[in-house]
Design a protein around this ligand. Structure first.
Ligand code: PMP
Length: 434
């Protein structure tokens, strides 16, 4: 066996990270003191001292079916032993099967094709390239509060200042008010948001569009679902101006919402392009653009090559994830566990003034903290204090939203009823006194 030295001491890890990680990679630190994870099994994590946690974050929605899920691990191990990597210029059955299986998950009656990438932001960038080539137009509309990734294209589409760098991002991208029932500019008035889309098309674009991109449920933005009817009406407007719909399912896909396999299906639309990543590989680096053939075909004349796109090892993980989703009925479990957790959150909302809003769709969940329920002034400091307590009480979640006042939970879809009881007991302790 190969021996590498491995220093698990907090001091050793912190000092190496501080010394050798670039500032851009060091900056994303959730808690006031470091958390070091050593092992994961399904919905649980253990730190280096052997303390157990319930993982309500799934390593940022990547762990869709469970840490070290035996079927995913076996599929990956078997592929690794055969052929770890195979560039897309050669043929291999694993990505080919996986493309077929993903296409089969899309709405029927359309001709879907797949381009595998390494990550979500690469998939978003490629979707943007496809939209512009397929339509011959340049302008895109995106939502304020949306997150699409750190690459230049994805960052330009992102509508949260904290994720945008002070540099010339792409032109022709226009952000419109996000249709947010709780905090949106027009409350729950869908027509208000649609009027804004009309105004932006009329005043800020050449009245020709490449497309519109949205997460059906904002993830990093704090679990905010587009109001019913909005995406369907937007799709009509966008298509009337020559554009296409791109739906970002990086966080919301793969049955997590419980009602549907894709979150967009609750909105009665069929997009031309769907981008996905994270949960698709249960932690393996993998993303995909799934597009209708007539859109994707426009790129036939050029090389678009992602070195690790269509990696047989990542795709083996992806195939196993789809199998587990079916065999273990994780979508139905997401619906059931989401409903139970919602009841827990509703009780917190009743009991604690600090809780301004609770919301979920299946296992995309949020508790939003405010200083005053009427003014909805965000409470980021208290959110930070409660967030620290959640870890001390054995829960892993994230602090999200442009105001950093939202506790966001997107657990592995295998969580069980006994975990819901743990969440309730732990959160009661964390919220005591607020
Ligand atoms: N879209 C959404 C909705 C995301 O949440 C993310 C990642 N958090 C991305 C795109 C970008 O994915 P990646 O980090 O894999 O590039």
């Amino acid at each position: 066996m190969l021996e590498f030295s491995l220093d698990w001491s907090t001091e050793g890890i912190v000092s190496r990270r501080e010394r050798y990680f670039a500032a851009s990679q060091r900056a994303f630190v959730p808690y006031r003191t470091p958390t070091i994870f050593k092992r994961g099994e399904m919905q649980y994590l253990w730190d280096e001292k052997g303390r157990k946690y319930l993982d309500l974050l799934g390593m940022n929605v990547c762990i869709s079916v469970g840490h070290a899920h035996p079927k995913v691990t076996r599929a990956v191990e078997e592929q690794m032993r055969q052929l770890q990597h195979c560039t897309t210029m050669f043929y291999h059955p694993v990505p080919a099967h996986f493309a077929e299986e993903l296409a089969a998950r899309m709405p029927k009656g359309h001709d879907w094709v797949v381009h595998f990438t390494n990550s979500g932001s690469e998939a978003v960038d490629l979707a943007l390239v496809m939209a512009q080539h397929a339509t011959g137009n340049i302008d895109m509309i995106a939502l304020r509060n949306g997150y699409h990734g750190p690459t230049i294209g994805a960052q330009s589409l992102t509508g949260i200042a904290g994720f945008r760098h002070n540099m010339p991002l792409l032109g022709g991208i226009h952000h419109v008010a996000n249709p947010d029932r709780y905090r949106g500019a027009f409350g729950d008035d869908v027509q208000g948001y649609l009027n804004e889309v009309d105004a932006v098309i009329r005043h800020s674009t050449p009245a020709k569009l490449a497309g519109f991109i949205a997460e059906p449920i904002h993830g990093y933005g704090g679990i905010v679902e587009c109001l019913p009817g909005y995406l369907k009406a937007v799709a009509e407007k966008v298509r009337a101006h020559g554009g296409i719909m791109i739906i970002d399912e990086v966080q919301s896909g793969f049955g997590r919402t419980g009602d549907n396999f894709w979150a967009f299906e609750a909105h009665d639309i069929v997009p031309e392009i769907v981008v996905m990543a994270k949960g698709i590989g249960n932690g393996f680096p993998l993303g995909a653009v799934v597009a209708q053939r007539h859109i994707a075909e426009k790129l036939a004349g050029k090389f678009t090559f992602h070195t690790y796109g269509a990696s047989p090892t990542s795709c083996a993980a992806g195939r196993a994830v789809l199998k587990v989703i079916d065999e273990e009925q994780t979508q139905a479990n997401s619906r059931k566990m989401g409903a139970l957790l919602h009841k827990v959150f509703a009780r917190l909302h009743q009991k604690h003034e600090i809780v301004g809003d609770v919301r979920n769709h299946g296992l995309m969940l949020a508790i939003e903290l405010v200083k005053d329920r009427k003014t909805k002034e965000p409470a980021p400091e208290i959110a930070a204090d409660i967030f620290e307590k959640t870890r001390d009480n054995g829960l892993v979640m994230s602090k999200s939203g442009a105001n950093r006042n939202i506790l966001r939970m997107v657990p592995p879809m295998c969580i069980e009823e006994k975990d819901v009881a743990t969440v309730e007991e732990s959160l009661e302790r964390c919220f005591a006194g607020y």
